[in-house]
Design a protein around this ligand. Structure first.
Ligand code: OOB
Length: 567
């Protein structure tokens, strides 16, 4: 199969205003380095060091082997160029978009680097994304290829690919080419391969302030939005994060969270470790048992977790004595960490906690490693850059008094000013002067640290995964007999929030089936991504009387969340 159909270029993406760009260049944040330059420079610098340890999709998924493989930077370089060549041989051209959807394996790394080396732009999808989201990501960017590992996470990615490709074809669009990285791949580069400059034949010079990749937003309205990040802005956030988090060649970074998430990728994450010639250890399952084994075997020094995971580590560690002497830093982010949990991390796990509050749109806050314990346990830190501008505003958009909670707005060298191809959302998500409205309620302390205290956006945060309430509601409205659907975040001691779905109408699940199982399977059939499926379903013949009348949807969700929460 071949992607030979020439893909149209991306719709124009407005650069940030020159007065800001020139300031960011003058400060050294924006350099001329592009991703391919960066990758080649790193690969040349660290030849014999161990770059990565983990499972290989080529061994594990076809044969169920659980043997880990280790690559030096030199071997990683070869694999990345082979991946670039593989994509090129399938017709992927410089400037094309490539949907990457890989589990935490060595190929995650070689194909991410390979996409960049091929001059293409990765779209970082999660293994749990399903047909609806994938159709949207591939369709709206005209992606040339979709890279997946058939059978990973017990999932038939080929079938998912077929499902959404059919939808795209029906809409008159050209689906991407399927690239299954569990298959045998080319193992030599052709003589014609220009090792140093595989993007030499690119039609237009890649400038570092052009779009390099797409991250995905959690979404507050409809499907996840595409976040265009530039070479210059993303690499700045990686370099600065590596400094703040003191990543060095001695660092051994355990990758437990889905690798494609912005936190795992760049805060300082996989790219920060790569930049400093550190070692990445990919965990193939998120259980604390597996992580503890890997920490002991490979001398892991740092790890990034979401609050529910760190809680499961604490639970296991209190059940039996735990020795993890190599582990120095545990980053926790993606959702609110309770101070009472934060306080236990140092004493029980013997590592320094670093709180991280970030967003794929840009802004990332860190507590610093040498902050006092109270700051580390009770705040989510402060921004990467002194040029990150933060405003805390009330519902009228006026700045609140210091110490009061308000919505966080932000603008800065690595925060986007528009989503890709989402004009309507852009009007509400950004202010006229380019601030991103985060939808987060924060308090800003006099020392500059922020405390995340809540949220005004219509989103559920389930263990760090973000679900737009209206996407779930719109899809649920299509179920037979449903007159209204309200998605609610139910407080949960383990996950932070569970996804509750209140359905109003005369629903009759087929005989013998529980409502929850039935609703989940119906939504799954409609292509809803796995992590967005409801944990609990409530069926009502009509809304409770108290909710009838002049009540906004937001208030309705809040009221039903209170009504149906266990506590
Ligand atoms: C990270 O990125 P996203 O894009 O999945 O989600 C961003 C949202 C934030 O707007 C906020 O609502 C929430 O996730 N969030 C937190 C938090 N970190 C993120 N809420 C409370 N406490 C925290 N520590 O989640 C992300 C991106 C880069 C680094 C870290 C996290």
């Amino acid at each position: 199969m071949n992607a030979a159909t020439r893909r149209p270029p991306l719709a124009p993406i407005a650069p940030i205003p020159e007065e800001f760009a020139s300031r960011y260049r003058a400060q050294g944040y924006y350099t001329e380095q592009t991703f391919p330059d960066f990758i080649r420079q790193v690969l040349e610098s660290y030849g014999d060091r161990t770059a990565a340890v983990g499972l290989s999709t080529r061994r594990t998924y076809p044969t169920s082997s659980t043997d880990t493989v280790s690559w030096t930077y030199r071997e990683l370089g070869e694999q990345a160029h082979l991946a670039a060549h593989h994509l090129r041989s399938l017709g992927v051209l410089p400037g094309d978009r490539v949907l990457l959807q890989l589990p935490n394996t060595l190929e995650y790394l070689s194909y991410t680097l390979g996409v960049f080396l091929a001059g293409a732009l990765p779209i970082f999808a999660l293994p749990k994304h399903r047909a609806r989201d994938l159709a949207h990501f591939a369709g709206s960017t005209d992606a040339a290829a979709h890279v997946f590992a058939q059978g990973a996470e017990q999932t038939d990615y080929r079938q998912i690919y077929r499902d959404y490709s059919q939808q795209l074809t029906d809409q008159g669009k050209t689906p991407p080419v399927a690239v299954d990285v569990t298959q045998a791949l080319p193992n030599t580069l052709p003589d014609s391969w220009v090792y140093d400059t595989p993007i030499a034949d690119r039609s237009a010079p890649v400038l570092s302030e052009n779009t390099a990749l797409f991250q995905l937003s959690g979404g507050t309205t409809g499907l996840s939005k595409l976040i265009p990040r530039t070479h210059a802005d993303y690499l700045y956030s990686v370099r600065a994060s590596a400094d703040i988090c003191e990543v060095s060649g001695e660092t051994v970074n355990l990758v437990v969270l889905p690798a494609a998430h912005n936190f795992t990728m760049s805060s300082p994450g996989i790219l920060g470790s790569f930049y400093r010639g550190a070692t990445l250890v990919f965990a193939h399952d998120p259980s604390p048992q597996t992580s503890f084994e890997l920490i002991k075997t490979h001398g892991v020094t740092q790890v990034s977790l979401v609050p529910p995971l760190v809680q499961s580590w604490l639970t296991l560690a209190t059940r039996r004595p735990l020795e993890l002497p190599s582990l120095k830093v545990i980053q926790v982010g993606g959702a609110k960490l309770a101070p009472s949990v934060a306080e236990r991390i140092g004493p029980v796990l013997g590592a320094t906690l670093q709180q991280v509050a970030g967003m794929a749109e840009g802004l990332v806050n860190y507590t610093r490693l040498d902050d006092d314990p109270a700051t580390i346990c009770t705040t989510q830190g402060r921004p990467i850059s002194s040029d990150d501008e933060l405003l805390v505003v009330d519902t009228q958009g006026a700045e609140v008094e210091a110490g009061l909670a308000g919505e966080l707005l932000t603008r800065g060298p690595y925060t986007i000013r528009a989503y890709y191809g989402a004009q309507t959302a852009n009007r509400t998500s950004f202010t006229e002067d380019g601030f991103y409205r985060t939808g987060d309620l924060v308090i800003r302390h006099p020392d500059g640290n922020i405390e995340m205290v809540g949220r005004i956006k219509d989103q559920i945060n389930r263990a760090g995964e973000k679900i737009a309430t209206d996407e779930l509601e719109d899809l649920a409205l299509g179920l037979e007999g449903v007159q209204d659907a309200i998605a609610v975040g139910l407080p949960d001691s383990q996950l932070g929030e569970k996804i509750g779905l209140v359905l109003v109408g005369q629903l009759v699940p087929p005989a013998g089936q529980q409502a929850l199982a039935w609703v989940r399977s119906e939504l799954r059939q409609r292509g809803l991504s796995d992590f967005k499926l409801p944990d609990r379903v409530f069926i009502l013949e009509k809304l409770p009387l108290t909710t009838v009348g002049k009540i906004s949807r937001k208030d309705l969700r809040a009221q039903l969340a209170r009504e149906f929460s266990d506590s």
